[in-house]
Write a protein that binds this ligand. Structure first.
Ligand code: GTP
Ligand code: MG
Length: 204
């Protein structure tokens, strides 16, 4: 898929104020600092579209972008941000979980996982929660440029293995680098193919 246009639409904490659910939507989520905003910029080919930072906790809201006037891409705040207060974290949990479970046009969730690390409890637990809710997701392993391909593949294999404790099969996985722009086209192709079968929800 060619990204011709990518525009910022809104930032929200209120699920009731999101754009009308008339287009297919894809959310990007994962631990703070895993590279969500960087991946969104790589996917859209727009460097400053989503705000990135070396410091975790940069993205704090539900950010909607419209791509090719045809689908929504959503940048979410990261989970597991240690520096935030308990109250903040509880608030995050509440509004993100409400968004993920209630958004009618959400087609799929891209869960980002750092390809440099062994499976992390927080990522596995989040995937399990998605599974329990019956929410479809893909796994996107990030920062592939930071170590050898062999090491990335080993970590992906370990993560899949860990997921198989809870799931009968693992979802499709992508290995990406926002830095090297690798794995980008595969994600866009996946979105393109889901878009073709989208039917807008009937608004009561
Ligand atoms: P929060 O919004 O704080 O949750 O973080 P985020 O997940 O949006 O991460 P962000 O995209 O802001 O990236 C965090 C840091 O990782 C930045 O310093 C990025 O430059 C770096 N980074 C992200 N993706 C890559 C990548 O593929 N390769 C390399 N080398 N660095 C990356
Ligand atoms: Mg971010």
């Amino acid at each position: 898929m060619l990204v011709k246009t990518a525009e910022f639409v809104t930032s929200n904490t209120d699920v009731n104020k999101l754009p009308a659910p008339t287009l297919p939507e894809y959310a990007f989520i994962g631990r703070s600092n895993v590279g969500k905003s960087s991946l969104i910029n790589a996917l859209t080919g727009r460097k400053g579209l989503a705000k990135t930072s070396q410091k975790p906790g940069k993205t704090q809201l539900i950010n909607h972008f419209v791509i090719n006037k045809d689908w929504y891409l959503v940048d979410l705040p990261g989970y597991g941000f240690a520096q935030t207060s308990k109250k903040n974290r509880a608030e995050w949990e509440r509004f993100i979980r409400r968004y993920l479970t209630q958004r009618e046009n959400l087609q799929c969730i891209f869960v980002l996982v750092d390809s440099r690390l062994d499976p992390q409890k927080i990522d596995l637990e989040f995937c399990c929660w998605l599974g329990e809710q019956g929410l479809p997701f893909f796994l996107v392993f990030t920062k592939a440029d930071k170590q050898s391909a062999v090491k990335s593949e080993q970590n992906i294999a370990k993560f899949k293995q860990a997921l198989l404790t809870w799931f009968e099969e693992v979802p499709p996985c992508f290995l990406t680098s926002a830095e090297k722009k690798s794995g980008i086209e595969q994600i866009l192709e996946e979105i393109d193919s889901i878009n073709t079968s989208f039917e807008p929800p009937v608004v009561a």
